[in-house]
Write a protein that binds this ligand. Structure first.
Ligand SMILES: Cc1cc2nc3c(=O)[nH]c(=O)nc-3n(C[C@H](O)[C@H](O)[C@H](O)COP(=O)(O)OP(=O)(O)OC[C@H]3O[C@@H](n4cnc5c(N)ncnc54)[C@H](O)[C@@H]3O)c2cc1C
Length: 517
């Protein structure tokens, strides 16, 4: 029987294993370096509460992906406990499980996310509304208007992301909403990031469009895009994304697949354009597995570094080992009360703010974003009626001052930041935890410009298939990661060595609304 060694039990690796079992006679063996499945999409349990590495929305344009999710966890047939208590209307699927009694279930959730800036909430993406004008103040609005008009008549040559943004929004709006946040997320100023990054990620967004939206709304004309943005819903497992991936892992084992936890791929034996063996290390030591196929969702930097040196061309090695990433820290804080309450017309348990997540633009803090897990699912919180379970997200670099801070100090620092921007009182923190996640964001600068050579080289290794987010060094969400895995299994099933379909997932250059997600 042929075997496939799958590196990583994240969404890509687990989907590949499931698909091998469903569609082929090939035996999948997953190796996972960590002691928990789900990769970045895991959910961590902490003293009765659950926390994600950044809340994970389940949303996809692919029917194959949404069908897969619904097959694993059915959609709710009865309201969740908060919807029931608050009388909120929710989409229900006849015959679906009641989340109050059953665990394996997807909830329909309303997406509310805003920006916190100048100690006020702004809608996201920023809309030109009466509220925005009031919160920013007339003087700043005037400056925004003048600098925008200036940018219309005097265009900069677009050498970097700063030029790109100033040309579209004007200098003042750029400094107000984009400059500091971009630097927080990517660790470098927009003037040190290529203009093509903007063209790819924020194409079609401009102050002109914001103005057009404003006047259309004032006149009661709703565009198709506005209509779409009003339907702000997503699905989410009762106990977070990790619940779904744990369930898929169980299915894979039940169907005969193997999952070896705390087992890491450390090096590879190659013969020409073929991987002959994968050296894996676990608690017992090192051994070699000789699979027919390798599906890799491990970071490309690590993969290329671990291939036998003489086989890898120098330029490929140099590009791959210097690929940039952003690392990520999530501090979980349980409080009995926040200092802000719900001023919207969407009711919430305990009248807490209704946001699933909040982008933090306040310049005085390093905090990038915060999650309110009560609003993702009340079942993520042990006592959702009386406590608020908040995830504070920091973008950082492995080894920097934040990354190396002792856990207790970091949590104290994070709570202090939340107090500084008026959201909590530090003494209200009852429980806390901290999670560090390496390589959460593959970045598109530095040697990334030479990435096509790496892709070409890796595609030439006939029995190797690179899938997923870090596995392709691409800003892939869960659905893209899954689709690349499905494409890899189908390519193998066809007996083909052409990896084009695998690399083609998520290459359409549309506007990605969630540029920081
Ligand atoms: C803050 C944040 C928020 C996000 N929000 C969303 C969202 O709302 N919706 C969405 O769809 N997506 C979201 N994503 C993206 C989503 O997390 C990823 O697309 C998804 O987890 C990628 O799956 P993957 O299997 O490719 O990789 P990963 O999840 O990274 O899994 C790879 C696995 O490989 C293992 N591994 C690595 N090296 C080795 C080795 N040498 N040997 C063995 N095992 C190894 C790792 O331990 C890991 O478990 C978000 C990401 C972040 C960072």
């Amino acid at each position: 029987m042929k075997t496939a060694l799958i590196i990583g039990a994240g969404p890509a690796g687990l989907t590949a294993a499931y698909s091998f079992l469903q569609e082929t006679d090939i035996h999948p063996i997953i190796i996972e370096a960590d002691d928990i499945v789900g990769g970045i999409s895991r959910t961590v349990r902490f003293e009765g509460n659950r926390i994600d590495i950044g809340g994970h929305r389940f949303f996809s344009k692919s029917k194959e992906v949404t069908d897969f999710w619904a097959k694993m966890l059915p959609l709710q047939g009865a309201p969740s406990m908060d919807d029931k208590k608050l009388g909120r209307k929710t989409q229900l699927t006849p015959g679906g499980p009641d989340p109050d009694g059953e665990d394996a279930v997807f909830l329909h959730r309303r997406r509310i996310s805003r920006i916190r800036y100048l100690h006020h909430f702004f809608s996201y993406p920023v809309k030109l509304s009466g509220e925005t004008i009031k919160n920013l103040g007339l003087l700043r609005m005037l400056r925004i208007g003048v600098s925008y008009l200036f940018s219309c008549v005097s265009k900069r040559e677009e050498k970097n992301l700063e030029d790109f943004m100033v040309n579209r929004f004007g200098g003042e709006l750029y400094r107000t909403f984009f400059r500091d946040y971009t630097e927080k997320v990517w660790g470098r100023a927009p003037k040190d990031i290529g203009a093509d990054w903007g063209a790819q990620r924020i194409k079609g967004v401009s102050l002109y469009r914001a103005l057009k939206d404003f006047f259309c709304r004032a006149l009661g004309i709703t565009s198709k895009e506005q209509e779409a943005s009003l339907i702000e819903e997503f699905i989410y497992p009762k106990h977070g994304p990790g619940e779904l991936w744990e369930h898929v892992a169980e299915e894979v084992k039940r169907m005969g697949g193997e999952i070896l936890m705390e087992t890491e791929a450390v090096s590879f034996d190659m013969e020409g354009e073929h991987i002959e063996g994968v050296h894996v290390r676990d608690g017992e030591g090192e051994r070699v597995i000789r699979p027919d196929y390798i599906i890799s969702s491990m970071p490309i930097k690590d993969l290329v570094e671990r291939l036998p040196r003489p086989q890898v061309a120098r330029d490929v090695l140099e590009t791959a080992v210097s690929l940039p990433y952003r690392d990520f820290m999530t501090a979980g804080l349980l409080v009995d009360k926040m200092e802000v309450s719900n001023e919207t017309d969407y009711p919430t348990l305990g009248n807490i703010v209704p946001d699933c997540w909040i982008y933090v633009q306040e310049p005085e803090v390093k905090l990038g974003r915060l999650q309110i897990f009560n609003n993702w699912s009340p079942y993520m919180v042990e006592d959702a009626e009386h406590k608020v379970w908040i995830g504070l997200e920091y973008f950082c670099q492995e080894g920097d001052d934040m990354w190396t801070m002792p856990d207790a100090d970091f949590v104290d620092f994070a709570a202090g930041e939340l107090e500084a921007i008026g959201l909590i009182k530090k003494e209200r923190v009852e429980k806390s935890c901290l999670i560090r996640m390496k390589k959460a964001y593959p970045a598109y600068f530095g040697t990334y410009k030479d990435f096509p050579r790496v892709e070409e080289y890796l595609s030439g290794i006939e029995n190797l298939f690179c899938v997923g987010r870090n596995g392709q060094h691409r800003y892939n969400n869960m659905d893209h990661s899954m689709l690349s895995a499905l494409a890899a299994v189908r390519t193998i099933k066809r007996g083909s060595k052409d990896k084009t379909a695998v690399w083609n997932v998520n290459t359409e250059k549309e506007y990605h609304e969630e540029s920081a997600k």
